[in-house]
Design a protein around this ligand. Structure first.
Ligand code: HEC
Ligand SMILES: [Cu+2]
Length: 346
């Protein structure tokens, strides 16, 4: 008997240690969650707010049901447990209880009916078929988001700007595989499907920057497919839109846009910003000159660059069809852009 004590003590200590570790982990989780602000539980648009409310109500109902069921279970386990060896087996011969059965049918039906109505309301709130004040078109590509303002003549990559308190319709499509458009604080996810135009809408009701991210695994650099939403007041937005439209009309600026829209930035970084698949191109113009760049674009496999950010450069990864996809003017404006970048970096 006397050997029991230390073992028991050891066991208790071990349990406390594990419980402490577990507690620390649980305690860390909310800190991690709070450190990353793009949370759907901090909505900044009506549709996102509606989705968040539905989530909260469902969570509350589910928690109440969970507590009642577990409470009854624990109560029954304790109240009807076998206290001693001579406790008799309980009577196995019972035949239902109509009152109870009616209650446990009516309550769940009531809960499901309530959730049905609330879900239908949420679907109305998120429905994109409504009058909006402006339209933005978003194209998913491996691996970036192209954002177009059809009536302003503006194209952006990885960034969207909108005025505050404005109903924005977003038309979404993809150029290659299925991506998914999601700015959690603005609303639900919407797939970007090649050959289709899907739509969603939002109204940002406060200023600031909201983080979005492709939410459908779409290949090698899926994790490097963010989308920043910048919400400006109407006057700043108009100023920015006019300046950007003017800027995008000239050549090296045109090259900068193409560097985004043709997908180069998905694989190549400029000044440290961009993809990490191919070599950084900030200094390529001064190091190798325009002919080399031209040849690298139209005939990527002729010369394989030796050093890429993640090791030796892979052959055959850079698309082979730029000669068909880009005009000579396009290629020249990209070279103009790389020249401007290299000169600025001198
Ligand atoms: C899918 C990824 C990918 C895309 C998109 C891409 N490239 Fe590349 N690129 C690479 C890789 C990988 C290399 C290195 C292997 C090689 O030389 O072919 C490379 C090499 C280059 C080089 C030679 C670099 C050096 O240091 O010698 C240039 C210039 C270049 N790319 C320009 C472009 C331009 C301009 C575009 C857009 C029109 C583009 N690339 C699109 C992956 C890509
Ligand atoms: Cu994607």
């Amino acid at each position: 008997m006397h050997s029991m004590k230390p073992t028991l003590l050891k066991r208790v200590l071990k349990t406390i240690r594990y419980a402490g570790l577990f507690g620390a982990l649980i305690g860390l989780l909310p800190a991690v969650a709070l450190a990353a602000p793009p949370a759907p539980i901090d909505p900044a648009s009506p549709a996102a707010r509606s989705i968040n409310n539905l989530h909260t109500i469902t969570l509350v109902i589910a928690t109440i049901v969970f507590l009642i069921v577990c409470g009854l279970l624990i109560y029954s386990l304790v109240r009807f447990r076998r206290r001693s060896d001579n406790d008799p087996e309980p009577d196995q011969n019972f035949h239902g209880n109509t009152t109870l059965e009616v209650i446990w049918t009516v309550i769940p039906v009531g809960i499901l009916a309530t959730l049905l109505v609330l879900t239908y309301q949420t679907m109305q709130d998120t429905n994109p078929n409504r009058p909006t004040q402006m339209t933005v078109r978003v194209v998913g590509k491996q691996w970036l988001w192209e954002v177009q303002y059809p009536d302003r003549g503006i194209k952006l990559t990885g960034e969207m700007r909108v005025p505050v308190n404005t109903d924005v319709k977003v038309e979404i499509t993809s150029q290659d595989v299925i991506h998914s458009f999601w700015i959690p604080q603005m609303g639900g996810k919407k797939d970007a499907v090649p050959g289709y135009l899907t739509t969603t809408w939002f109204r940002a009701d406060r200023l600031g920057t909201f983080h979005g991210q492709c939410a459908e695994y779409c290949g090698l650099a899926h994790s490097q497919m963010p989308l920043e939403l910048v919400v400006l007041d109407q006057a700043s937005f108009d100023l920015w839109a006019e300046a950007t439209a003017a800027k995008q009309a000239n050549a090296s600026a045109q090259g900068e846009i193409l560097f985004g829209t043709a997908g180069c930035v998905g694989c190549h970084a400029i000044n440290g910003q961009g993809g990490q698949i191919g070599p950084e191109l900030t200094r390529i113009y001064v190091d190798k000159g325009p002919e080399y760049i031209h040849e690298s674009i139209v005939n990527p496999n002729a010369l394989i660059a030796p050093n890429c950010p993640t090791g030796a450069c892979p052959a055959g990864v850079m698309p082979q069809d730029f000669e068909e996809r880009l005009t000579e003017d396009d290629i020249n404006s990209i070279i103009e852009y790389l020249k401007a970048v290299a000169e600025a970096a001198q």
